[in-house]
Design a protein around this ligand. Structure first.
Ligand code: GDP
Length: 393
């Protein structure tokens, strides 16, 4: 899973880190320590000596003037003057302060780096191409780019941590893409069943995405949870779709409600729900005809199925390998009927993983499961850690 992404992305991340480190090296060379000029040190010494001389002169004159005055007073004055000469000159203190500030600033500069935005854009380009090549949606590339830019241009990072910082930022940024409200399907079904009502799931998506197979995998998963299931063959449009679903129903030993091809798909869904109510069945799984937004009649029919069956869960089934197309379809179905969650079928044969990385962030809905093969048990609960691991992060 996602092998191509893993290799291509890793190569680009390493190259990016290397380039940023090279920039840091260049900066070190530019910033080579100039001899720290001891500011005004000589002048201060001279000034100090001059002052002392003058003071001595003054003292001498004064002494002569008050020669005849009381000896005790004279002594006191001497002591006071000595104290004055011992105290540090304000200019000297200032110079020392400056020296200290300069050294620590210099030290900070040679051990940290902050890229300017133009340089960042230039270096990020390679990484951007790698993400786009792997079908990562443009808005997701922008998010990752902005997160990394913030870290590398707005903050000073320690040179020795450049690689670590880039890795950490990318990991956090990609992890955030999956932050959607968690969804415990089995718990939700059991809650609805408490009111003696079946939980209704409508499977939607385009033809060939793996919708019918995924529906059968869901039925198997629910059976394992000791939940009873009925199927609704509401794809009355595509030739052989009813027979295909019937095969699954037979293998799984579950009831399927069907009408004839070309009949009202909403009526099939209605009958399946009525059947579930009368037989106390926990879940109704509705198969719908795969359609494209350009097919207005089918879209109208899908809306009717949704209006009549009022599903608790509208599940979009997308084909992971189609990358950006899959994300676009999810967007369109979401606008048309409002999807609640996503299943990504065929993740096992997807080398790139762009759809898995992008779809939740773009549509703002959680991925519930991923399809990992053609068998009934090849349905895995979606976990961001698994995706991250497969991406090599
Ligand atoms: P539908 O037209 O959307 O109902 O798609 P189908 O359920 O008929 O699936 C189309 C093809 O994709 C079939 O050959 C399935 O076996 C295959 N398929 C479905 N899900 C997966 C999956 O997760 N992994 C793999 N490798 N193949 C799958």
């Amino acid at each position: 899973m996602f092998e191509f992404f893993k290799k291509r992305f890793r190569k680009s991340v390493d190259k990016f880190s290397e380039e940023v480190e090279k920039e840091a090296e260049k900066e070190i060379k530019k910033e080579k320590p100039k001899k720290v000029k001891k500011p005004k040190e000589k002048e201060i010494k001279e000034k100090k000596a001059e002052k002392k001389k003058e003071e001595r002169k003054e003292t001498k004159e004064e002494k002569e003037k008050i020669k005849k005055e009381v000896e005790k007073k004279e002594e006191v004055k001497d002591i006071e003057q000595e104290k004055i000469t011992e105290e540090k000159e304000p200019e000297e203190e200032e110079a020392e302060e400056k020296k200290k500030g300069f050294v620590s600033k210099f030290r900070e500069k040679i051990s940290t780096i902050s890229l300017n935005e133009d340089k960042f854009e230039e270096l990020f380009w390679e990484l951007e191409v790698a993400l786009l090549e792997n079908n990562v949606a443009v808005e997701v590339v922008e998010k990752i780019k902005n997160d990394l830019k913030k870290e590398l241009t707005e903050k000073r990072i320690l040179r020795k941590n450049i690689e670590k910082t880039i890795e950490r930022t990318l990991k956090e940024s990609i992890n955030e893409l999956f932050e959607q409200e968690s969804f415990d399907l089995v718990k939700k079904i059991k809650e609805k069943n408490k009111s003696n009502e079946p939980y209704i799931i409508a499977m939607i998506g385009v033809n060939g995405s793996g919708k019918t197979t995924t529906l059968a995998k869901m039925a198997r998963m629910l059976q394992k949870e000791k939940l009873s299931v009925v199927l609704a063959a509401s794809d009355t449009f595509r030739a052989a779709s009813i027979e295909q679903l019937q095969k699954h129903a037979d293998r799984l030993k579950v009831k399927m409600i069907k009408h004839d091809y070309g009949s009202d798909a909403a009526a099939v869904a209605y009958d399946a729900i009525e059947h579930a109510r009368s037989k106390n069945i926990d879940v109704v799984l509705i198969d719908t005809a795969g359609r494209l937004h350009s097919n207005k009649n089918l879209m109208q029919e899908l809306k009717k199925v949704i209006n009549v069956s009022k599903p608790d869960l509208k599940l979009f089934v997308g084909e992971s390998i189609t990358g950006n197309d899959c994300v676009e379809q999810a967007k369109i179905f979401n606008e048309m009927v409002g999807i609640d969650a996503i299943i990504l079928a065929k993740a096992d044969i997807d080398e790139k993983g762009g759809a898995a990385v992008s779809i939740s962030y773009v549509v703002k809905k959680p991925i519930l499961y991923i399809g990992t093969g053609q068998e009934y048990d090849d349905l895995e609960e979606f976990k961001p850690e698994i995706i991250m691991e497969n991406l090599g992060l």
